[in-house]
Design a binder for this molecule. Structure first.
Ligand code: UTP
Length: 480
């Protein structure tokens, strides 16, 4: 794109301020700025600014909102064994790919680097990526299969993510089975709907939300790669859910048995205002209403007589997506709703100096993967799960969905495994575990597996729980 073209286009859309620094830039930075301007989807942005910034869009209207019917968790389902068998068969046949979305900016955690590089191991300081990789090692060994791992990144963290994996030897996984690919970016706007610059030659922009995984899978060739390997379904998970059970056989099995297009796990909400999206049936169609939009639908905040939420199905963002469904829903992506978030967006001032605002100063726009639910043609699948051992989202360091909360939850979870395997764990007067615990998911993914593998240590041989304890991938003690 040439300067004159860029200026004409920007003037037409009232965005010519983007060229403010152009005359002072050297040639390569001028070219970079023109490239950014050329990449803007003006058709989309005009619509978003008009609908979401210049006007307050009316919420989607539903005449009926009902709780979703949930398939019971494995421990409460008399047919669980058949479902698990079906899931295990799909794994053995190599039909399952892993799909990790890791393109987010992780602003609330404020960690310098990709969120997946966060050293979550309470004793070992192993990263989130390493924990997920160890789960893959376990499953590949158990089912004698290859689980190709598709990792969606964004401009903001693609290079750092790839570097982190290669610096860590891809955590022992074969790099030929790991594919990184980028999602698209969307410009941010200020409160008047004007684009912003994050540097004199660069637009302030954000990744287009986890819903951006649909076009990204198709357009980068990741889906085709999976198809070529015989994969026909993806186990979708998010990088910041440390505990997530990737490629859970029970969940896969139910998806397979029902011929589902998209399946979702659900956990019981603790209280009506909890910061988690709510799965519900809106006029008979599956939806997730984000917690930021709960006030638009007061019935979602209603409680039963015992005080528990009427709409209790929280969305932990764990799905199975069939390859055929992704191919089809790709054609519907233009009809996905966009969501607006009011955020602190760093920008350059008139002197070209970067300003880090201390209050929200603009909007970013995103699409969400769960908005694919409305395009499902077969009956969707919603499965209940227990939160411990499945859902520990890490959004901040402290608070509800935080590093500290995840550590507490996993400490208690792993303490039960140790106790069940005959190694008492020290607890205080309130019953809280007083040491830090960590068990590699490569060594054991479930309590049953842990007990079985722990037994060869011999009768009377206990794990040394007098001090912090980390059990490594091969059952070895680490970082004592
Ligand atoms: P969140 O919506 O919690 O965002 O992402 P975030 O980027 O991790 O954190 P904040 O909001 O900036 O603090 C949930 C999951 O979706 C992925 C994230 O990487 C995380 O795994 N995600 C989010 C993407 O892959 N792309 C996006 O555009 C947004």
């Amino acid at each position: 794109m040439r300067f004159a073209e860029a200026r004409a286009l920007l003037e037409k859309h009232g965005q010519e301020h983007l060229l403010e620094f152009y005359p002072s830039l050297d040639r390569s930075r001028q070219r970079a700025l023109l490239r950014h301007i050329d990449a803007i989807d003006f058709h989309l942005m005009t619509r978003l600014i008009d609908q979401w910034v210049l006007h307050e869009p009316p919420p989607e209207e539903f005449s009926r909102i009902e709780p979703v019917p949930l398939i019971p968790k494995a421990s409460a389902n008399p047919h669980a064994a058949e479902a698990i068998e079906a899931g295990e068969e799909a794994l053995r046949q190599g039909r399952v790919g892993l799909f990790l979305v890791a393109g987010g900016q992780g602003t609330r955690l404020g960690f310098a680097g990709p969120k997946g590089a966060y050293p979550i191991g309470p004793v070992s300081s192993k990263s989130l990526f390493e924990f997920h990789a160890e789960k893959i090692h376990n499953l590949q060994a158990r089912y004698g299969c290859t689980l190709p791992w598709y990792i969606m990144t964004s401009e903001a963290n693609h290079d750092d993510t790839r570097r982190f994996f290669s610096q860590n030897g891809h955590f022992g996984l074969d790099p030929a089975n790991i594919m990184f690919f980028n999602q698209r970016m969307v410009p941010c706007v200020d409160m008047r709907g004007k684009f912003m610059l994050s540097a004199p030659d660069r637009l302030a922009s954000n990744p287009n939300g986890h819903g951006g995984c649909i076009p990204a899978l198709v357009e980068t060739g990741a889906l085709q790669d999976a198809r070529n390997r015989g994969v026909d379904m993806f186990s979708y998970f998010q990088v910041d859910n440390w505990a997530v059970k990737v490629a859970d056989p029970y969940f896969i099995g139910i998806h397979v048995q029902r011929g589902a297009e998209m399946s979702s796990k659900n956990h019981r909400k603790n209280h009506a205002r909890e910061s988690v999206g709510v799965h519900c049936l809106c006029d008979g169609v599956y939806h997730v209403i984000e917690y930021t939009e709960l006030d638009l639908y007061p019935q979602l905040l209603e409680t039963k007589s015992n005080g528990t939420p009427l709409h209790a199905a929280g969305n932990p963002a764990i799905h199975i997506l069939s390859a055929g469904f992704i191919e089809r829903v790709y054609n519907d992506y233009d009809h996905f709703p966009w969501h607006r978030a009011h955020k602190k967006i760093p920008y350059v001032d008139r002197n070209g100096k970067l300003v880090e605002p201390n209050a929200p100063n603009g909007y970013k726009f995103e699409t969400f993967v769960f908005d694919a639910l409305r395009f499902i043609r077969h009956e969707p699948v919603a499965v209940e799960i227990e939160r411990p051992g499945e859902y520990t989202p890490i959004k901040e360091y402290d608070g509800d969905n935080s590093v500290l909360a995840a550590w507490r939850c996993m400490n208690e979870y792993w303490a039960e495994w140790l106790e069940a395997a005959g190694s008492p764990v020290p607890r205080d007067a309130n019953g809280n575990v007083t040491i830090k615990l960590e068990i590699s998911p490569q060594f054991a993914l479930t309590k049953e597996e842990f007990i079985q593998k722990a037994r060869p240590r011999g009768a009377g041989k206990k794990w040394p729980t007098h001090h912090h304890l980390a059990i490594g991938p091969h059952g070895q003690l680490i970082n004592q």
